[in-house]
Design a protein around this ligand. Structure first.
Ligand SMILES: NC(=O)c1ccc[n+]([C@@H]2O[C@H](COP(=O)([O-])OP(=O)(O)OC[C@H]3O[C@@H](n4cnc5c(N)ncnc54)[C@H](OP(=O)(O)O)[C@@H]3O)[C@@H](O)[C@H]2O)c1
Length: 338
């Protein structure tokens, strides 16, 4: 066992988007687990956009505390148990999921460690956003066979799975948005999308969506908000169901603080079309949790879906990985592998 560990800390709260030099990778003494704590050697952790929100101070009502200069970043991680109290329910060598990412070793309260049960073929896939994508489609938007589905942020951690899941669940047509022409091609070639639309340089989103879905959309999985939500309302068919999951247009804008993506929406259209707009409701208990994991695991094993992700090696590369994720460099979930 080494005597020290490394972790990533916020050095300064940035004006605008975070850059790698707003963070420091520091050497700290090896954590000593207290009563009821498990010592975990992290193997993977998730690089995710809500960190921008946390760095901006978080948003009212969010379950996660904001980050201040000097704080160690946190987020979902997969690690191997090094030592555990005898009643912790895990043993040395077990793989567990927890929220003490962005560090090599963590002392984690036993109640906050979930052992991996092998339902997913690759431990790293537990850092994928399958629970969100599956729940948004099946519980919030209640996808029906034949539906036309629009996934905003279609190439991201959630979107790269939501598009594939929509297809696997019987959608008739699936459209995704992304920020790069290269990823737009990959959405269609690799992830089963029928069409991709481009934010930023591709012309008005509403026009692109009208062209990609000439008969309108039934379902929206909205990771972006802002202009893309407004365009989805314009394109909605009567009785369309919208699951609002994220707010990337606000979160990752250099001009905003990491919170919402302000937009004016046409409420007459919402009323006239009877559009149902639901905030993501989260997973609803052990049965629902088993369901997404078994479906995702089964689809991965059969090859029906893939887990699009990028692995970045070493904690020293974690701050650049965050910068690249925000800049849209990668497709799928971004993971640091230790
Ligand atoms: N409700 C919940 O419980 C819950 C849980 C998890 C995540 N979320 C939220 O869901 C959303 C998606 O999460 P994710 O993990 O799948 O993120 P993600 O899509 O992987 O986020 C990174 C991507 O955001 C896109 N992006 C960058 N700047 C943008 C901008 N200004 N406008 C729009 N898109 C931009 C880029 O993709 P392109 O280049 O392809 O556009 C980039 O690759 C986030 O808002 C996240 O916080 C919610």
């Amino acid at each position: 066992m080494p005597g020290t560990s490394h972790e990533v800390r916020l050095v300064v709260r940035p004006e605008g988007l975070p850059e790698p030099d707003h963070f420091a990778v520091v050497e700290v003494p090896m954590p000593v687990p207290g009563d009821g704590e498990v010592l975990v050697r992290n193997r993977f952790f998730h690089v995710f956009p809500a960190l921008r929100t946390l760095i901006g101070g978080s948003v009212p009502g969010a379950p996660f505390p904001g980050l201040r200069p000097g704080d160690t970043l946190y987020g979902k991680a997969i690690g191997e148990v090094v030592s555990a109290p005898s009643d912790a329910g895990v043993r040395p060598g077990d793989l567990v999921e927890h929220w003490f990412g962005w560090r090599e070793y963590a002392a984690v309260p036993a109640g906050q460690c979930s052992p991996l049960d092998g339902t997913l073929p690759d431990p790293a896939a537990h850092l994928g956003q399958a629970a969100i994508a599956y729940t948004a489609l099946t519980r919030d938007a209640r996808l029906r066979p034949g539906d036309t589905v629009f996934v905003s942020g279609g190439a991201g951690g959630i979107g790269s799975l939501a598009g594939q899941f929509a297809r696997a669940l019987g959608a008739g047509r699936v459209i995704g948005s992304t920020g790069s022409p290269d990823k737009a091609k990959r959405l269609v070639a690799e992830l089963g999308y029928d069409a991709a639309i481009l934010r930023g340089t591709g012309g008005r989103i509403a026009d692109q969506l009208a062209e990609a879905a000439p008969d309108g959309i039934d379902v929206l999985v909205d990771n972006v908000g802002g202009e893309q939500l407004r365009a989805a309302i314009a394109a909605a068919r009567p009785g369309a169901r919208f699951a609002l999951v994220g707010a990337l247009a606000g979160q990752l804008s250099p001009d905003l603080a990491g919170g919402t993506a302000p937009v004016e929406i046409d409420t007459f259209q919402v009323i006239l079309k009877g559009i149902e707009i639901r905030g993501f409701g989260g997973s609803t208990g052990p049965a629902a949790n088993r369901e997404w994991a078994e479906r995702f695991g089964g689809w991965l094993r059969s090859g029906k879906v893939t887990f699009p992700h990028v692995r970045v090696a070493g904690i020293g590369n974690a701050p650049p990985a965050l910068h690249e994720m925000i800049g849209g460099r990668h497709l799928g979930t971004v993971i640091v592998e230790l």
